[in-house]
Write a protein that binds this ligand. Structure first.
Ligand code: ADP
Ligand code: GLC
Length: 495
């Protein structure tokens, strides 16, 4: 499983949670799973007890010639899953994973082509013959292209099927066409039915065409990514492979996100005794500098502050939202305008709005435990993890009905009392405001219905055991397909 992120070593978003969790559960089912990621500067070799493998890995990089890297080995904590770290000072010896000061590194094409190719070469070094190579997003999407071209007859990986999981259609790894010469797969792959898009190299597109099978992280997003509104220009390509595309909702690591045992929250609680949640709320208000009040609902938000997360719509809606008697607690980092804008909101409404800029796992847990509601007004959300954490913590999600948010949250039904949260459809400040208003009204005036929603939410489970079983089925299907034992493939893929 080559990837660009893996918890606990390197994380920007939910991709890291998936790559850190899924292999553990596959290993528990008896599979031999191995992860490959870059040894970014921030991955502390001593803290994680990484040990160097003997020898040097030679990575052919097209016209750049052979490049070399060291390989360190570690384990996903509490599992025997090996993680191989590629040590390459020039490419990965930097503070950020993908960017600096909100600007993508100019050599991201080479950095991730290197990752893809090194992962394949590593199999030779380890004398390892995988049945399936499972890649994630554009960063490792070159792997399926390699498997269908220069590695087609390779004794180590030539027989391997590939699965590409798309976590996000917006980021596609699109680069100047010269990247073809570094990839080294031949210019005949630079076509409309391959790596070319708008006269540039598009690694995600190449992966979508070449992977044996495809999936994304919810059934909802699997449908959405085939449409103009969500496909970011690759919807047609995805549609061509629609029969090979599956949706598997991510799981939650309930050993980490469980209010009954969470060591990071001030008081633990469970579905039968919620008293600890009141304490968590007061402690959150205190920590965030808000008035400590039981008689006001608290809305939490933990997110990358980017347009995908609907932060611009929230910015538009927040003045009206803060006219309601409520409190909002926000934790995140991202686009600089958002830091300034929401900083100003906090200065103007110190009794209602509190912002922490930055990345803080401890505070994320405390917000999940201490808030009454959790906001996710995403423009698109392939899966989303925080709404699933929120459900477990009895913190009712207020979400836009897209992708994984729509699949994992059931809307409150005023008539029957069913539901686990509050949903809206239009990506507008008005719709967001109305839905927050609905939640606030329910909190103040329908306490019984609210208690029922909280219990229904806390009873939900999205386990990695379930997700891993579904991945196992996909792997088996992919292996059969690659060996030609399956029905003949569609016009594309099936290779
Ligand atoms: P995405 O991957 O698009 O950012 P997800 O909901 O899948 O969205 O995953 C986000 C993950 O990152 C969650 O585990 C969330 O708790 C975490 N996260 C995001 N921003 C922060 C932050 N500022 N501090 C702590 N955790 C954060
Ligand atoms: C991406 C998506 C997010 C998803 C995560 C893990 O970052 O934006 O919705 O939960 O990947 O699959």
């Amino acid at each position: 499983m080559p990837a660009s992120e893996c918890v606990p070593f390197a994380k920007e978003g939910g991709l890291a949670d998936v790559v850190g969790a899924l292999p553990k559960y596959l290993a528990a089912m008896g599979h031999d799973v191995r992860v490959v990621i870059p040894r970014y500067y921030r991955v502390d070799r001593e803290r994680f007890g990484l040990t160097p493998l003997p020898g040097v890995l030679v990575v052919p990089m097209g016209i750049c010639g052979n490049m070399y890297c060291g390989v360190y080995e570690g384990r996903i904590p509490e599992s025997g899953v090996p993680v191989y770290f590629l040590e390459h000072e020039e490419f990965y010896g930097r503070a950020g994973l993908y960017e600096k000061d909100n600007e993508s590194f100019l050599d991201n094409d080479n950095r991730f082509i290197f990752l893809a190719r090194a992962a394949l070469e590593l199999c030779r070094m380890l004398d390892f013959r995988p049945d399936v190579i499972h890649v994630h997003d554009w960063h490792t999407a070159a792997v399926p292209v390699y498997l269908n071209t220069i590695y087609r007859d390779d004794p180590y990986v030539g027989g391997a099927a590939s699965l590409l999981t798309v976590h996000n259609m917006q980021h596609q790894g699109q680069f100047y066409e010269g990247a073809m010469d570094v990839l080294g797969v031949g210019w005949d792959q630079f076509t409309y039915l391959g790596l070319e898009k708008d006269n540039e190299v598009n690694l995600l597109k190449g992966g979508i065409y070449n992977a044996t099978l495809l999936n994304t992280v919810s059934e909802g997003y699997a449908r959405e990514m085939q449409t103009d509104a969500f496909g970011w220009g690759l919807e047609g390509v995805v549609r061509e492979r629609a029969t090979d595309l599956h949706g598997i909702l991510n799981g939650v690591d309930y050993t980490e996100w469980n209010p009954e045992t969470d060591p990071l929250i001030p008081a633990t609680y469970g579905i039968d005794d919620l008293s600890g949640k009141g304490l968590c709320k007061r402690e959150l208000q205190r920590e965030m500098g808000l008035p400590v009040r039981d008689d006001v609902p608290v809305f939490g938000l933990v997110s990358r502050l980017v347009k995908q997360k609907g932060i611009d719509v929230l910015a538009e809606a927040i003045p009206r939202i803060l006219e309601l008697d409520l409190q909002v607690v926000m934790l995140g980092a991202g686009e600089p305008w958002a830091h300034f804008y929401f900083g100003d909101v906090m200065a103007a409404h110190p009794d209602r709005f509190a912002l922490r800029v930055g990345y803080d796992n401890r505070l994320a847990h405390r917000i999940e435990a201490g808030a009454d509601f959790f906001l996710m007004p995403s423009a698109f959300e392939p899966c989303g993890l925080n709404q699933m954490y929120s459900l477990r913590y009895g913190t009712l999600p207020v979400v836009r009905a897209v992708g994984g948010l729509d699949d994992s949250v059931e809307n409150f039904d005023e008539r029957t009392g069913a539901g686990t949260g509050f949903k809206f459809h239009d990506l507008t400040a008005g719709a967001l405001f109305d839905t927050v208003g609905w939640a606030v009204h329910t909190w103040y005036n329908r306490k019984d219905a609210l208690q029922r929603l909280i219990r229904q939410a806390m009873a939900q489970r999205f386990t990695w055991e379930d997700a891993a079983r579904r991945y196992e089925l996909l792997y088996r299907l992919a292996v059969a397909r690659r060996k030609g034992k399956d029905l003949p493939g569609a016009a594309f893929g099936g290779r």
